[in-house]
Design a protein around this ligand. Structure first.
Ligand code: MF3
Ligand code: CO
Length: 291
């Protein structure tokens, strides 16, 4: 149920200003899109300046953790060591690793190696070796604000085929990002990601996507990459979501480990890569908050 706000009532955004001088024109613009049948964002995923400030503080921890791992990851290291680093730095900086106990997830971070698509469990038995590619997916809660990003790391010398997969996947994110601007559609971003992967002979995982983030770990909208330009949710200033395509070198099919119900693998056993950024839609375009 929604209540119509009076022009002189306080705005829903919490600014303390009257609705008519705050978000009324904004809401009317969104309503014209809704009337044309577009999917439009609900108010609760449009962040206020105070919330954005809090989310940015959370992002600082996430970035610091990934920067540290980038400096210290090496052949012979096991992924449980990465988990400990993530836990220690995050908590030292006053945060909480968001994955820990999230829907029963048992670790502080996801470490997905080679043909692991995502949600890889850190383990003493997974020892990084020359030629591996690994995604480290890190998420932080600070004062109730969430951040989420991931990077690929190449262990020593890797094959040109793996290098190209890692690089093209990053380019996919950059090309998607270039489409993020207010009054565009999420499908503009999704199609750009997909087209670039496809042009390079790769496939983009369909079942798992990005998400709104900030006040919760996973908020609306769901962010897929098999979408078409001009479709999916309207992007408006104040929205924050992730762009995090999983790009497979081979076939698109994946499966979930049926013993732990978390770890995801490519069905054909070929490598998969992923980069994840967190982006804010601004009045002018976008701002990357976390990478
Ligand atoms: N960080 C992942 C994402 O990008 C979420 C993983 S869920 C977890 O959305 F429980 F495994 F952390
Ligand atoms: Co995410």
């Amino acid at each position: 149920m929604t209540f119509k706000i009076g022009r002189n009532d306080p705005c829903w955004c919490g600014s303390g200003k009257k609705y008519k001088v705050c978000h009324q024109a904004f809401d009317e613009k969104i309503a014209t899109y809704a009337n044309q049948g577009c999917i439009v964002p609900p108010h609760d995923i449009i962040k206020t300046p105070d919330q954005i400030a809090g989310i940015k503080e959370s992002c600082k921890i996430n970035i610091a953790v990934l920067d540290y791992i980038q400096e210290h990851i090496h052949p012979g290291m096991n992924t449980a060591e990465i988990d400990k680093i993530v836990y220690d730095i995050t908590t030292d900086m006053g945060g909480i690793p968001a994955p820990l106990h999230y829907e029963g997830y048992p670790y502080s971070v996801c470490t997905s190696v080679n043909e692991q698509v995502c949600h890889g469990f850190p383990s003493e038995n997974v020892i990084l070796k020359e030629g591996d590619i690994v995604n480290v997916d890190c998420s932080t809660i600070l004062n109730g604000f969430f951040s989420d990003s991931s990077r690929m790391f190449c262990i020593g010398e890797i094959t040109p085929e793996k290098r190209r997969l890692v690089d093209v996947t990053k380019e996919c994110v950059e090309m998607g990002l270039a489409q993020v601007k207010p009054w565009g559609f999420l499908g503009d971003m999704g199609q750009a990601v997909h087209d670039h992967a496809f042009a390079n002979g790769y496939t983009v995982v369909r079942e798992i996507g990005g998400h709104g983030v900030g006040l919760e770990f996973h908020e609306e909208p769901w962010v897929g990459y098999n979408s078409k330009r001009g479709t999916e949710m309207l992007m408006v200033p104040g929205m924050i979501f992730t762009i995090e395509p999983m790009v497979n070198m081979g076939k698109v099919e994946i499966y979930v480990d049926d013993e732990n119900d978390w770890e995801v693998y490519t069905q054909d056993g070929l490598p998969s890569a992923q980069w994840e950024i967190m982006v804010l839609v601004t009045e002018e375009g976008h701002e990357v908050l976390c990478w």
